[in-house]
Design a protein around this ligand. Sequence first.
Ligand SMILES: [Fe+2]
Ligand SMILES: [Fe+2]
Length: 206
Amino acid sequence: MLDALILEFDRALRTVAGVHRTERASPAAGVPEGTLDAVARAEAAALMRVNHVGEVCAQALYQGQALTAREPGNRRALAQAALEEQDHLVWSAARIEELGGRTSLLNPLWYGGALVLGAAAGALGDRWSLAFLAETEHQVEEHLSGHLERLPAEDRRTRAVVGAMRDDEARHRESAIALGAAELPGPVKQVMRAMAKVMTTVAFRV
Ligand SMILES: [Fe+2]
Ligand SMILES: [Fe+2]
């Protein structure tokens, strides 16, 4: 238990400080930079800041759930997905930097909130915890599709990152369902959407 707490603390610090290793190279690698004006760059950087906050939360959610998951098989699947979320975290941070933007100042807050949520979902048992995960991934997928509609075709590097993340999130959702996720009640999904709306609106600015 102490080991798990130390590992969690280490992960939290690295997430908030932006120090993570990637398993996979960024999907933007080798994709040429488009000619973007200042407005397009600022907008893309703000969208990527929102996505980066989402990935900070994903770290905390997966970590909270891996700490409380009962089935060893589920714990392994959560840990694997968490590694892919780490790639997303690094890819989005790198793109924000390229665009001349900055990550959210509230990252420690986002991380803490999501960790509590993840642990709470985990405490309800694996079926509900996976249900929460599957719905989160589903909403993130939709949200990233929205960004792909908003980002100019010219911004191929940002689009490459967002597209690859969306593909991963779809797989995370499918794997949560394959592991036996329950279906969340509609009102719970609505509350999650409302919370996500607050988060994305704030993160777009701060
Ligand atoms: Fe992700
Ligand atoms: Fe995911």
